[in-house]
Write a protein that binds this ligand. Sequence first.
Ligand SMILES: C[S@@+](CC[C@H](N)C(=O)[O-])C[C@H]1O[C@@H](n2cnc3c(N)ncnc32)[C@H](O)[C@@H]1O
Length: 304
Amino acid sequence: MSKHIPVMPERAIELLDVKDGGIYVDGTLGRGGHSKLILDRLGNGKLYCFDLDEEAIDECKQNLKDHENVVYIHDNFMNMNKYICHVDGILLDLGVSSPQFDEAERGFSYRYDGPLDMRMNREDELSAYQVINEYPQEELARILWQYGEERNARRIAAEIVENRPIDTTMQLVDVIKSALPAKVLSKKGHPAKQTFQAIRIEVNHELDSLKSFLSRFDEILNVNGKLVIITFHSLEDKLVKHCFKALSTVNDDKRIALRPEEIEKARYILLNHGDKADEEEIEANRRAKSAIIRGVKKVYDKER
Ligand SMILES: C[S@@+](CC[C@H](N)C(=O)[O-])C[C@H]1O[C@@H](n2cnc3c(N)ncnc32)[C@H](O)[C@@H]1O
């Protein structure tokens, strides 16, 4: 099985600023790379780990078996408020792990032949098969355009509908290729990349989960607590960037008209403005290429 190399591990830990004895959450456990680094600094604190993928949790129970202060939760990170309150730090490293991509039978990859699955949580009902074979053409085109930023969304959606039923990832790749003009096919990068990204986001409700989490995490984060998020495409990064900006600037649009004492202080401060991996890391781990890491720190509670 392929390994997962954690992205920007030092920067993530630096931004999270793990304190001995604290309560932390890894919302996207994966293969536990970031969790291990948190645990190494945690002393007798506690780490709560979430993942939609039961395989990830089972493997980490092995990988991290020397640590007793870990709680594993097989659920969406958007539900973390149901399980915990008063935490000192939360890390999200979004998207799919290398083992998920590299196992053909999970159906995430346009490089290996497998069933059209793409579910992070195998207990979910919706799979890529249903999206590809049952969604109306217009809906498919919208998904490819919105979640994949695919310029040829309409052509690809029409070709998919024309070629139903489509059973496997490689059949889907062929259908996508046959929908694209030669000019697009000759470009660098895999022609199915954006379509696969879009379908995966739809199957796993990835943007809805992130939005829901961003609207609720404040309830459980302690003052001086930090939230650090690693994103891998512009749709995710836009959501995180706008949320962090809104949290760290209050009544900004009216600021010029206000007296200094009227300016409400923001309850959060930005820890950075979005860092990227350096060349050396990208060379060693291609997944790091599109990654952006952002962090915020809570400085006041709601009722000041
Ligand atoms: C990029 S990997 C994380 C890798 C991890 N940081 C490591 O170092 O091994 C993302 C993981 O988060 C999980 N995941 C993605 N979205 C999730 C969500 N909304 N709730 C819970 N887990 C999620 C995926 O199943 C995957 O295992």
